[in-house]
Write a protein that binds this ligand. Structure first.
Ligand code: KMH
Ligand code: ZN
Length: 461
């Protein structure tokens, strides 16, 4: 989980004639400190949910004059987070200026190809404990981390990366998972649901092209009913492998009411990854049974298959169960949690809920969000902004927007990928996802079958 170190905020504004204080339309240095004060305030709002207080500047350097007509970009970054103190580094740069040439119009101005640093400072702010809203809010700003200009969609924010501030950047890598079929959605609800092995493979490849690196896989009988048949999974996996190199994560949840032996069917294909559902919940009108014995049974089978477990958590206590499994040695680090939000009977799809869930997992664990129905878009976007990963697809939501069916899962993946870019998150390719998830792959080259890999637990990047 992010601590807030590296959180960056940038403000940009034009110095007007009202800012000029001295001869030659010079702006006084205190104006830069006022800008830094605003930057610090936004940083504290994003970190603590409170405006906080500026306690002291440790160092201030005025490095170049500022005049009216200058565009000043002020950047601040949190460099240390104490119990109540937050240390910050600031830099103000001139990025555009009035030409001030007698041979040109008074309004002639230039954007500078190299910004000029006009002021640097370090300082300490304080957010009293009682004003820090729990769990701690660490909301990345739109300007953090410094974006890669080449890959940002138009309109590109013109943000100069702070060149002299050494920071630990928030995570950039984003794993998008596509849940392309599930067990519950029917063809009657959407004609875009893939069912046959070939349809599943085509959809997996489309999702890969749209930005997905992981496919969460269920299979169906030819009549569309859910199945956990090893053979059907093998056919689907083989068909997917012929087309694309995605990480294939098979379900061991199956459909409500299936026995543990039935649910374990896909593990016969020795998938790279498999879900491990960490507790029982009411699942709409049904009960999705995952008693403690069943969870341990499936954890052992997942390990025996050489697969990595994704820990599906539908309620807060499921996190505690996952941590108990780790303590018992039933699962190994690195841990990857999937918070499934908004199932009627499970935990709600709300921001405060997600922040709390994230606060409960070990700092080195990774996490993602799968949210159902109309919650899919806002909750996966929130997850991406908080540094988590995201799952979209027809298993959880069949609509692109209200009343408009998604034409498969790929458009939902594409939309999530586009949103990620606006946050400066980078959608990763399957091999990078394998690395992040602790999957050591004998690379499943397109066209190979069956899956060949061993799983172990390297440290995460
Ligand atoms: N179909 C749900 C009852 C999983 O894939 O592991 C369970 C499910 C979870 O979809
Ligand atoms: Zn599933």
């Amino acid at each position: 989980m992010t601590t807030g170190v590296g959180l960056t905020v940038t403000l940009r504004l034009r110095m007007g004639s009202h800012d000029a204080h001295y001869a030659g339309e010079l702006v006084d240095g205190a104006r830069m400190l006022a800008l830094f004060g605003d930057v610090a305030t936004e940083l504290l709002i994003r970190l603590d949910g409170d405006e906080g207080l500026f306690r002291a500047y440790e160092r201030v350097e005025f490095l170049a004059p500022v005049r009216s007509g200058d565009f000043i970009e002020a950047t601040g970054v949190i460099t240390r987070v104490g119990a109540t103190s937050r240390t910050m580094a600031f830099e103000a740069r001139r990025v555009a200026e009035n030409c001030r040439r007698s041979d040109l119009a008074a309004s002639a101005a230039d954007a500078l190809s190299e910004p000029v640093i006009v002021c640097r400072a370090t300082g300490t702010c304080v957010t009293p404990r009682e004003l820090q809203r729990k769990p701690r809010l660490v909301l990345p700003s739109l300007s953090a981390p410094a974006p890669d200009h080449a890959t940002l969609p138009e309109p590109r924010p013109l943000i100069t990366p702070p060149p002299h501030v050494v920071v630990t950047p928030p995570p950039r890598d984003l794993i998008l998972t596509a849940a392309i079929v599930g067990a519950e959605v029917t063809r009657a609800q959407t004609s875009h649901l893939p069912i046959s092995a070939q349809e599943l493979a085509d959809e997996a490849a489309r999702c890969r092209d749209a930005g997905a690196s992981v496919i969460h896989l269920h299979v169906r009988n030819p009549d569309g009913t859910p199945s956990q048949s090893t053979q059907l999974f093998q056919e689907a996996i083989d068909a997917i492998r012929r087309k694309t190199d995605v990480v294939i994560q098979t379900s061991t949840g199956g459909a409500v009411g299936m026995s543990v032996d039935e649910r374990a069917g896909p593990l016969g294909c020795k998938p790279e990854m498999a879900t491990l559902n960490c507790g029982t919940i009411n699942f709409g009108a049904d009960v999705f049974m995952n008693d403690r014995k069943l969870i341990r049974d499936l954890a052992a089978r997942i390990r025996a298959a050489g697969s990595i477990a994704e820990l599906e958590c539908y309620d807060v206590g499921h996190i505690d169960e996952a941590l108990a499994l780790l303590k018992e040695g039933a699962i190994s680090e690195p841990l990857h949690f999937q918070f499934v939000l908004g199932i009627p009977g499970g935990i709600g799809a709300r921001e405060d809920v997600l922040r709390f869930l994230v606060s409960q997992i070990p700092a080195q664990a990774t996490w993602g969000v799968a949210a159902v129905g109309r919650f899919q878009r806002p909750m996966t976007e929130l997850a991406m902004s908080l540094g988590g990963h995201a799952r979209v697809g027809l298993e959880d939501n069949i609509y692109l927007e209200k009343g408009v069916l998604a034409e498969g899962s790929a458009p939902l993946v594409a939309r999530a990928a586009a949103y990620a870019k606006t946050l400066g998150r980078e959608v990763v390719l399957p091999d990078r996802a394998r690395h992040l998830l602790g999957i050591v792959a004998v690379r499943p080259s397109v066209g190979s079958s069956p899956e060949g890999r061993t799983a172990k637990s390297p440290s995460r990047a």
